[in-house]
Each structure stands twice: as C-alpha cells, then as structure tokens.
Ligand binder design. Sequence first.
Ligand code: AQP
Length: 336
Amino acid sequence: MNQQTERRKRILSGIQPTGTFTLGNYIGAVRNWAKLQDEFECLYMVADLHALTVRQVPAELRAHTREAAAMLLAAGIDPAQSILFVQSHVPAHTQLNWILCCNSQFGELSRMTQFKDKSAKHPDNVNGGLFTYPALMAADILIYNADLVPVGQDQTQHLELARNVAQRFNNAYSPTFTLPEGYITKAGAKIMSLADPTRKMSKSDTNVNSFVLMTDDKDAILRKFKRAVTDSDGIVRYDVAEKPGVSNLITIYSVFTGKTVAEIEQEFAGRGYGDFKTAVGEAVADALAPIQGEYSRILADKAYVDKVLTEGAAAACRIADRTVQKVYKKVGLLQL
Ligand code: AQP
C-alpha cells in the first residue's frame, strides 16, 4: 500500500457531560484533540450514557451535553474534519454493549479499579451500569474499529479489557474488531485539585475551589490560584512527592507558557508564592480568554450546535450500524 491509499489511523475519544469542563479536562484531553485532527481520522463523543452511572439532574445533563459540544468546538474541533457526536444519539453503542456484556466475565469486571473507586465514592448507588461501564466503553471503541484511543493512566485498565473482549470475540466467531491501542500524548499531564494536590482535579468535585472551570472569569481564576494549597517552605521547586501543590502549579504554568521546569524555577527564585500564583493565574486566564469568547458565541447559536451534532450522529451511525449488523449476524441473531 502506498501513502495515498493507506487509511489514516482512526481515533476515538470521549468526555462525560458531568459538569463544565475543568482545566484538567482541557490540559489532559480536549487541548490535544484538536491537534490530532490533521494526522488522524477522529471521532469525538460526548459520553452522556456513561454519565448516567452517577446520578444526574436531567435538565442539567441536557444542558451540559450541549455545552460540552460547544466547548469542544470552541477548543478547535472542526466538524468538517472530525465526527463530533453525542453517545446516546448513536443507538448502536448500547446494542453492541449488550453483546460485549455477554462476552465479558464477572471476574474481569470486578477487578476494575474505577469500579471500586466509584463504588466507594457513591456507596448509595453502586449500580449495574457502574459495573458494566467498561463493556460500554469497549463498545464505544470497537464499534468504530478505532486503532488508537487517547487515554490517561486511569483508563489503561479499561482499554486492556476492551482488547481482551475484542480478541475473545474475534477468536470465538471470526476476525471482526480491530484491537485498539492506547495513545498516550506526552502533553497529557495529570492536573491535580487546587484544594488537595494529591487528588486529581475533577469537574464533579463538590469543592468549587478545587478546580478552575473553562468558563471561569479572570477574577475567579486569579482567586482560585491565590487560594491553591501549596506548602510552607516558600520555594518554587518541582518535586511531586514533597511539594505536590507547587509542582501542579508549575505544570500548569509550563503548559501555557511553554517554559521548562528549570526556567520556571529560575524565574521565581527568591520571589515567594504570591507572585508565582498570580503569574500562573494570569497565564491561564490569558489562554482561556479566546476559547471563552468562542464558546459564548457558539453556545448562543443553538441551531448550529444541534446541526453539528445531528450530522455527527448520522456519520457515526453509518459506521456503527454496519458493525452491529455484522456482529448480530455472527452471533446468530435472526436477520429478516
Ligand atoms: N485532572 C485531570 N488531568 C488531566 N486529564 C484529566 N481528565 C480528567 N481529569 C483530568 C481527562 O479528561 C478526559 C475526560 O474525562 P471524563 O469526563 O470522561 O471523566 P473523568 O476522567 O472522570 O473526568 P472528571 O473531570 O474527573 O469527571 P468526573 O468528575 O465526572 O469524574 C479524560 O481523557 C481524562 O483522562
């Protein structure tokens, strides 16, 4: 095969509309998605079905879903290049999910650390969806025969399960699914909570000072960084074990200024945390301002967002429905 006829590798990635995106979501995921569009065939999904594993307020989930799409567009996802869609708009995901649930073992699902973590976090709602979540995630990926899945460290176990289930299905029936590989972007740093730098920054955190939202204005951003938990030695030095708060701020500052850790340590040598926190806040606010402008403009045009999502769902369905038909046939479901 020559360069022209070779199919570009396909990427699938998703984000849950469980709240407004944080700086963590942006740095770890969304920021990189736009950059992947030139090289890969990309499918980006607002994972509203996954969001249901935790109780949601229906009106908020609806609003967050449209907002998520608008934010992805504002962050540079180009619907002319990539397929942007909402998971529940492509029913084939749940159709394949059932088949994959029937090909996943209780033991392997029980070993998932996210299940254990989320069960501990929501002891009053340890539901079946939380348990079978990795089978739906496998369906999300396998239904498009995605080659690559950009994942953080926290998702590698789920991706491994998707590969195992795909392999099992291919062996039991016939080659059907591409075995997906993880695509770890170097820039996909893990951003920690500003209130507790040993935990990751999360959009559903109940402490509003723990995260910076993509929609926070400059005052809120500066205030949150000023309050960020650091330590008492007053030295701007990168040391995750000893100085997790300061190290987290260095990472964020580095992402938005392009400066290295050494340059940052040098820049703030002998200056204390006040100056440093202000500089981080300013850098973040400056970087988010143009995205926020785009976001407001796009979100105000509901018809445009819905048109993108309608076209995205149609394009995704065209690929996904074919896979499901093939799978249904292979497992012996009667086709009329
Ligand atoms: N703190 C983070 N640092 C770097 N990357 C992060 N991601 C999330 N938090 C950070 C990445 O964002 C993408 C989408 O995540 P998700 O919405 O599917 O679920 P999540 O990882 O559970 O994100 P949150 O914000 O923590 O959501 P909630 O609070 O609902 O659980 C993923 O690629 C993730 O790695």
